[in-house]
Design a protein around this ligand. Structure first.
Ligand code: SF4
Length: 132
């Protein structure tokens, strides 16, 4: 039996704020074309699919950008990409500021992303632990 524990930053997640506020270094995949744009089922364009998590989508500081990203409210995708809200978002990321999704996906300080334990089900003890 294996037990998998998400621990994206390798630290106690309960003691972290959910946003990156300059306290972690970000290495945004979206700056490197290493991840594709995404569209929610509400027709909102996002820099990547990782953004579509409740904590990020309900982050009050994301409201302005998300409102500006409704595809039906814009003539072209380029209008969204070039909007002041997206420019500000990119500027914030370059200053290591961003919502929960960016902190958990693109923080440079990741020591490991998962802890996998192999458990001896008869004895109820972990026989081996792997940090990925
Ligand atoms: S999680 Fe944030 S920083 Fe990472 S690729 Fe997506 S938008 Fe960019």
């Amino acid at each position: 039996m294996t037990k998998v524990t998400d621990n994206s930053l390798g630290v106690d997640l309960l003691n972290l704020t959910s946003r990156a506020e300059g306290d972690v270094e970000l290495d945004p995949l979206c700056f490197k074309d290493a991840i594709a744009l995404a569209v929610t089922n509400q027709g909102v364009l996002l820099p990547c699919c990782r953004m579509d998590d409740p904590e990020t989508m309900n982050d009050p500081l994301m409201k302005d950008m998300l409102n500006a990203s409704v595809i039906n409210d814009n003539n072209k995708i380029e209008d969204i990409l070039k909007s002041k809200q997206w420019k500000q978002f990119a500027k914030d990321l370059s200053n290591n500021i961003g919502p929960n999704a960016c902190r958990t996906t693109c923080a440079k300080l990741k020591k490991y992303t998962q802890v996998v334990e192999w458990i001896d089900t008869e004895k109820g003890v972990a026989t081996s632990v792997e940090k990925k």
